[in-house]
Structures are given as C-alpha cells and as structure tokens.
Ligand binder design. Structure first.
Ligand code: ADP
Ligand code: ZN
Length: 440
C-alpha cells in the first residue's frame, strides 16, 4: 500500500525515528550488557555462552550476534517453569504463559519496568494508527495467561483511552457493548472480528451505524484479502500487530499508517530472519524464521529466540519516517506447515486463494488424510447465503473456481467441499483451521 490511511503520529518519536547508525550503537551497548548479565544469572546461558566462547566483553560488533546460542521452545520446556528468569521472584510483578497450542504452557515473567516498556511498545502502534485519548476501546482479547488482553489494556490506559475490558467470549454481550458503548476501537483476533461481524449482520445493524472506526488484530495469521473483507463489512480500518509471549507479547511490531509491514521495536529487540534448516541468515526480503534477541528486558530476556514464525524483513526506509525495520505478514509457522504430497503448504496460502474467489465466506477447514498411498486434501469452504444456489452446475462452477485458485497458489489439486452458511466452527481466540487425520 502506498498511501497513509490515517494521520501519522508518534508515541516515542526519538526511538522510532532514531538514525540507524545510532540505533546500531545502542543495540551493541545493550547486547553486551545483556550477555554479561545473562551469563552471570541464567545457568542455561552461562553454559551455552561458555561453550560458544562468548562473553559480554568479547562482543565487538553486531555481527558477533551470530556467535550467540539460539533459544528454542524446547529449551523453555526443559527449564520449565522459570529456569530462564534473570531476576528474583521478588522483582517479578506479573507472569503470563503461552496458550500452549503446541503442548504444555510456558511461563514468562515481567518486572515493573518490563510492564512499562510493554505498554509503551503497544502504544507505539496504536498511536501510529489513529488511536487517541478521546477514544474508547473494546478489548476482546482474552484476559488471563494469554498476553493479548493485559498487554493491550495497559497500553490503551497509558495513552488515555477508555478501556472496556470485556475479554473474549460471549458474543451477544460483545455486540450489545459495541452498540451501546459505541467504542471507536476494537482489539481482537481477526477470526473473532469475523464472528462479531456476522453477529452484527445477523442483528441487522446497518454498516457504519456503530461508532467503530479502527480494529487492531493480532495473535494469529491473516491475509490482505481478509483485511479487505472485514474493512468492507464493517466500514472500518484494520491494522496488524505482532508479538509472542516468549519475546514480550503484543508490541514486538505493528503497522504504521502506510500499512506496508510492521515496524519492529529494534531498540528493544534485535531481529534476524534465518533459514530454519541451515540456520544461516535469509537474504533481505526473503522469507525466513524470525529470531529475536531481547536487549532491555529484565525478568525474562531470551537470546536469539527462534519463533518458528515465517516472515520477510526489510530495512528499506518507510515513508512514515520510522527508521525501524519492517516485517511482512507472518505467512506461517514452521510448525503449522503442512507437507501434502511432499509440497510445503501453509494454511494462510489457502486462505489467500479462497478469499480471492467471489461468493466464499472467510471460514474454512483444511482436512488432510491418507486413505491410500497418497495424501488427499479437502478444503471445506463456507459459501455466503446469497451465493447458495439450487443449481448444481452453478455450485460445481464455484467449486472449480476455488480449486483453480488453490492450485494456482499452492501447486496442488485439492478437493473442495462447499458447506452452507454458519456450518463451520467459529472461534473466540485463535482459529484452528487444520484437521490432519494422518496424525491420528
Ligand atoms: P502460542 O500461540 O505459541 O501459545 P502466543 O499466545 O504468545 O503463543 O502467540 C504468539 C504467536 O501468535 C506468534 O508466534 C505467531 O505465530 C502468532 N501471531 C501473533 N500475532 C500475529 C500476527 N499479527 N500475524 C500472524 N501471527 C501472529
Ligand atoms: Zn512506516
């Protein structure tokens, strides 16, 4: 996108527009101090850095980052629950956990200063994209171990926004609040916004009659086509933000008014994109697994944390004036990559393909089975009420169009199963779009 969609504004202009030479110097100073602190306080890093021969003192340039050990989710599990904590429990004032979508939850910790940094980093993307003190925000992210609810909550308060902490679930109540309290801002996962959008349409609330103007989505992958659908359906602007509990929670990166990627808080984290097999840096602009090194965190700083999230990075200057690197959309996780007949496919590719086909609803389920020797993929796609037709040939034509769109994006032929409106499951948090029967 080449034009700003809202007026450009800054929350921490010195940090967000810092010349890159200064930024690099700041990162180096912070990295050296961090490595010195972690080798002294965290047994895992004491041992791993000793093996690699790295100390805070012998880091001379940012290139030395590559000598540091990686940290993985498995390392967190091996040191469950708080083996990576770098301060005493006395200094911790909050704990969160990952939702445990892929196993046992992992815990992370925050000091008071960590919470302040976190609020500032979320405030950066909120303010950048139009959120102002006079606004009211409905936070439909879950409040609890999940970082989404509390993370955005304190940032909104810090800006001066009136927060309605409704949390996730109970869509009827959410809709009533949207109507009666008329918040300008919605915070949720994109899939939950879809569910709310359907509720709005079912209640017959006219598009544009709500006070809603902006939505900030994060927590799960979504696509540009999904953005277009929700923006058109609700008459609002939608923005993307990214984060994960092991690194911080939301606020690691977020969009600016140009919406050409998410600016990363590089004054607090060093980001790399690597080839997940060779562990070598991915060429700039090519997709790689994102790896983050904490520079300022006190309670739970990780070195070179492998996120398993795949995205591209660019340091090309952005028209908004922020000097901070941008990451593209997360196109998948190394662990949600499907291998179908030897071809690597991410669920987001299928979403991209089917949202390009007129008449589909943005609800789908990818089912994979191996009835014989070969994998068979079936995509269950909801059609819109107005598209539903008694004509077999029309339905067949729609199926063919979807099949071709998916083939064009993934290179694979898949069975397309059209299902009626409102038949697939809806989600209050992160959506589950894959049913892999090969694992059963
Ligand atoms: P988990 O899902 O592993 O329990 P979290 O609750 O911390 O952990 O969620 C973080 C993950 O959510 C990220 O690693 C990423 O895969 C996904 N995520 C968060 N924000 C976005 C976003 N804007 N786009 C795509 N994926 C996202
Ligand atoms: Zn920008």
């Amino acid at each position: 996108m080449t034009k700003p969609v809202v007026e450009n504004a800054f929350w921490q202009p010195e940090a967000e527009r810092m010349p890159r030479v200064e930024l690099a110097a700041l990162q180096l100073t912070r990295l050296r101090a961090m490595v010195a602190r972690l080798t002294a306080n965290v047994p895992f890093y004491r041992d791993a850095c000793a093996r690699a021969g790295v100390t805070g003192d012998n880091i001379r340039s940012l290139d030395d980052l590559r000598r540091l050990p990686f940290t993985t989710k498995a390392d967190l599990r091996d040191n469950y629950p708080l083996g990576f904590m770098a301060v005493s429990r006395r200094e911790a004032v909050r704990y969160h956990g990952s939702s445990g979508t892929t196993g046992k939850p992992t815990f992370v910790a925050y000091t008071r200063r960590d919470l302040e940094t976190w609020a500032d980093l979320c405030a950066r993307f909120l303010v950048a994209t139009g959120v102002r003190p006079e606004h009211t925000a409905q936070v439909s992210f879950g409040y609890g171990l999940f970082t989404g609810g509390f993370g955005l909550h304190y940032a909104l308060e810090r800006i001066g926004v009136g927060v309605i902490p409704v949390s996730s679930g109970n869509s009827d109540r959410q809709l009533t609040i949207l109507q009666d309290m008329a918040p300008e801002v919605l915070i949720s996962t994109p899939s939950y916004a879809l569910k709310l959008m359907e509720g709005i349409q079912a209640r017959g609330i006219p598009r544009g009659s709500l006070g809603l103007r902006f939505a900030h989505f994060g927590g799960e992958p979504w696509t540009e086509d999904m953005r277009a659908r929700i923006e058109a359906g609700l008459g609002i602007l939608c923005f993307n933000n990214y984060g994960l509990s092991e690194v911080l929670g939301p606020g690691v990166s977020g969009e600016c008014p140009w919406r050409n990627g998410m600016h990363i808080a590089e004054d607090h984290f060093i980001v790399e994109a690597i080839n997940p097999e060779t562990l070598e840096p991915a060429p700039e602009g090519e997709p790689g697994e994102l790896v983050f090194t904490a520079l300022t965190k006190e309670a739970f700083p990780l070195l070179r944390y492998r996120t398993r999230d795949i995205a591209t990075l660019t340091r090309v200057p952005c028209p908004c004036g922020r000097t901070l690197a941008r990451m593209g959309r997360i196109t998948g996780r190394t662990d949600d990559m499907l291998i179908i007949r030897g071809v690597n496919v991410f669920p987001s590719q299928i979403e991209e393909a089917l949202l390009r086909v007129e008449g589909t609803a943005p609800h789908y389920l990818i089912e994979i089975a191996r009835p014989g020797a070969l994998d068979e993929a079936t995509v269950h796609v909801e059609i819109r009420p107005e598209t539903f037709s008694d004509s077999m040939s029309e339905m067949q034509a729609l199926r063919d169009r979807i099949g071709r769109a998916i083939q064009a994006v993934t290179g694979l032929g898949m069975h397309i199963e059209l299902v009626g409106p409102q038949t697939l499951e809806r989600f209050e948090g992160k959506a589950k779009r894959v049913l892999d029967r090969r694992k059963a």
